[in-house]
Write a protein that binds this ligand. Structure first.
Ligand SMILES: C[S@@+](CC[C@H](N)C(=O)[O-])C[C@H]1O[C@@H](n2cnc3c(N)ncnc32)[C@H](O)[C@@H]1O
Length: 250
């Protein structure tokens, strides 16, 4: 049962009661789960792969490390992590079971199933003990979370001292002309593409709207620092269409 808080938040450009958002986000990802990987390549022309590789380059996983990939969906980050770090293990946690089912099928096809666990859970109340992971990642997940500060606090809690947080998320282009061109592309191309490939225009309309609502690079860096992380830094990807944020639990 969800408790009514009287607080509101955004679901794309809509204002909704806080307690409604998670259910609606869950609906979006349940609808798109079986087409998620194909749509990612189509929408970004494959560039999401370059951004995810850049995330792993900066993260530089080491052998034997234990990763928690939150909102991990079909496992893109966890697979990359394990491929780069012999003897490492990963837990993919996501609130949408359909996404995890699609990911687990990929893990079996790629012979990685024994190094991975798939856990249904909410980023704002993680079902893990404190201080148990070396690395926490969240890729294109945090903008969907109802209360981002709660998720960042949970990231801090589950990391061991010396552990590292890394976030990959859509961000803001500093140049207004580029932002305008990008808006034209995203609002006019992505929802019709969602309709054509996944038969679901509304989910992809939510996607492009949610990108606009996410805080810019500096504001998000302060939110990470407010959750207790040190040495918070970010790097823009593709001029700021996306950004990587890194922070350490010292
Ligand atoms: C755009 S997908 C990203 C999947 C994957 N990380 C990637 O980069 O391809 C967003 C994922 O966030 C998950 N999600 C959204 N809100 C969440 C929450 N509060 N807790 C856990 N997972 C959440 C959704 O179920 C979905 O699988």
């Amino acid at each position: 049962m969800t408790q009514e808080t009287g607080r509101t938040t955004h679901f794309g450009f809509e204002t909704v009661p806080e307690e409604e958002k998670a259910g609606r986000v869950h609906g979006v990802f349940t609808n798109v789960a079986s087409k998620y990987d194909v749509m990612n390549d189509a929408m970004s022309l494959g560039i999401h792969r370059v951004w995810k590789d850049a995330m792993l380059d900066w993260l530089a996983p080491r052998p034997g490390q234990r990763l928690l990939d939150v909102a991990g969906g079909t496992g893109d980050i966890a697979f990359r992590f394990l491929n780069r770090a012999p003897g490492a293990s990963a837990v993919v946690c996501d609130m949408t079971e359909g996404m995890l089912i699609a990911g687990r099928q990929r893990a079996e096809a790629e012979n990685m199933a024994d190094r991975l666990d798939w856990v249904v859970g909410d980023a704002m109340a993680l079902p893990f003990e404190s201080g148990t992971f070396d690395t926490y990642t969240i890729s294109f997940g945090i903008r969907n979370v109802t209360r981002i500060p709660d998720a960042l606090r949970e990231a801090y809690r589950v990391l061991r001292p010396g552990g590292r947080l890394m976030v990959l998320e859509f961000s803001q282009l500093p140049n207004p002309m580029m932002q305008k061109a990008y808006d034209l592309y995203s609002f006019n191309v992505i929802p019709p593409l969602g309709q054509a490939i996944a038969g679901d225009r509304d989910s992809y309309q939510y996607l492009v709207e949610s990108i606009r609502q996410f805080p810019d690079q500096d504001r998000f860096a302060s939110m990470i620092a407010d959750a207790g992380f040190d040495n918070v830094k970010y790097r823009n990807l593709s001029f700021g269409i996306a950004a990587l944020h890194s922070g350490w639990k010292i």
